[in-house]
Design a protein around this ligand. Structure first.
Ligand code: UDP
Length: 428
């Protein structure tokens, strides 16, 4: 029988192994492993106390999980993604059609009182009415004129193709129609939301104008058509073989979910170059996690790096589509905040998913895995790039607007009319 001292040594060993494994971001037993969601690199549950696994086995286990998730995703996409033939038969990609269908089938009909409710709910809502190809906007000034311009570019261009409609559009960053508070859908148009909201996805103003203005883009991040061209040129300049193996992130601390990549970078700068920049809300170093703000980096220069991180900010971040244009591998953190095109992008097919609560060690482990599996990394990078390059161009955005407003208008239970006192005609 072991002595008291012997028991003490065993207990200490168990504690050390558990502590090491929980810190390494690995699971403690294969049972716990099999319960893990392979869709995201979620955090493991706490250590069960087993001492059998040595560190090397645990290391292999997490990499096996990544491999399994990758292979499963390749199989799943064959059965779940819509096929390209469907795209050629219609201008709108079938994945976007699905999104619109989901949004609109929530409504048996859309009544005037539902639209009035949407108008009451949003702060500074904007009403657009289209009648016989003439577009009208509510007379109250736009709180964000560039954002209105970014939306009106599409509505004006398409108005003659569109049916008569009345919509209420929210051009704040966040959605309003929370399902918890409203038992029935409210037809408020917002650019980004989670599944907790009724809001209807419209393509963000930044496809044309009004994106975040940073020092590198003083007039905002808009004009997706021009950014696409610039980013494609940069991607050509930085093919995978020339890209740096360091992962990369630059942005402000609009969400603390970004902290762990910054902390990892401070510890392992060769593995990842991630730093916080200033935004308008910056007051002190506390807003950049205790360090001076880093200079901003153009999106074109992001293309120098093989692995690019995307995070939500206040809502979905506008950067996601730009990162794909670089032909780098996108590591997309979290899956809650969406724009209309996000559901078409599949984890482990177009990007590598990362859990929003992934620890520093877990992120390090994932990056090491990707650096050791460049065959997988390049395949995913290519797929993601091709989808955004081929299926998120300006024509796709226009086609989305047309289908969305056509399907929406079919649900209207009233004939839209213009009250001259409230609305003004808008022209190019
Ligand atoms: N951005 C950039 N370079 C930088 C910092 C930010 O290009 O050095 C871009 C970023 O990619 C995003 C936008 O500016 O599209 C706003 O970034 P931020 O992190 O401030 O906010 P987010 O919208 O992501 O919450």
């Amino acid at each position: 029988m072991p002595s008291f001292f012997g028991h003490f040594i065993i207990a200490i060993s168990v504690f050390i192994v558990c502590f090491a494994s929980s810190n390494s971001g690995e699971t403690c037993s294969s049972n716990q492993n099999s319960n893990q969601n392979t869709n995201q690199n979620s955090e493991p549950s706490s250590c069960s106390g087993t001492t059998a696994d040595n560190k090397e086995n645990k290391f292999t286990k997490s990499w096996n999980e990544y491999l399994t998730a990758y292979e499963k995703a390749q199989d799943d996409v064959k059965t779940t993604a819509c096929q390209t033939e469907e795209k050629s038969s219609s201008k709108l990609h079938c994945e976007y059609k699905r999104v619109i269908q989901q949004e609109i089938t929530q409504y048996a009909q859309i009544t005037k009182s539902m639209i009035n409710e949407a108008r009451k709910l949003a702060s500074h809502p904007i009403t657009y009415i289209n009648i016989n190809g003439t577009l009208y906007r509510s007379k109250a000034d736009c709180l964000f004129p560039a954002r209105c311009q970014g939306v009106e570019h599409f509505l004006l261009k398409l108005s003659s193709k569109l049916p008569d409609f009345e919509i209420v559009l929210n051009n704040h960053d966040w959605p309003y129609a929370k399902k918890n508070f409203h038992s029935k859908p409210i037809p408020l148009f917002s650019f980004s939301k989670t599944s907790d909201y009724w809001d209807i996805f419209y393509p963000a103003w930044t496809f044309w104008a009004g994106g975040p203005a940073i020092s590198k883009y003083p007039t905002g991040l808009g004009r997706w058509d021009l950014m696409r061209k610039n980013l494609l040129l940069s991607a050509k300049k930085w093919p995978w073989s020339k890209k740096l193996s360091t992962a990369f992130f630059r942005g402000s601390r609009t969400s603390s979910e970004r902290d762990n990549v910054i902390l990892l970078s401070r510890d392992k700068p060769d593995l990842i170059d991630a730093a916080y920049t200033k935004n308008q809300a910056w007051k002190s170093k506390a807003d950049t996690l205790g360090k001076d703000p880093s200079p901003e980096v153009t999106l074109e220069d992001h293309c120098k790096y093989k692995y690019l991180f995307n995070f939500r900010g206040v809502a979905a971040s506008f950067r996601l589509k730009h990162l794909f244009m670089c032909e780098s591998l996108v590591l997309h953190v979290g899956s809650d905040w969406l724009e209309f095109f996000y559901p078409a992008l599949k984890p482990w097919v177009h990007y590598v998913p990362v859990a929003p609560n992934a620890s520093v060690k877990k992120i390090e482990d994932l990056l090491n895995f990707l650096r050791s599996h460049e065959d997988i990394a390049t395949k995913i990078a290519q797929k993601g790039h091709l989808f955004i390059k081929d299926s998120l161009n300006m024509q796709d955005v226009e086609a989305y607007w047309v289908e969305l407003l056509t399907k929406y208008a079919q649900k209207l239970s009233f004939i839209p009319t213009v009250e001259q006192a409230l609305m003004k005609k808008i022209t190019k």
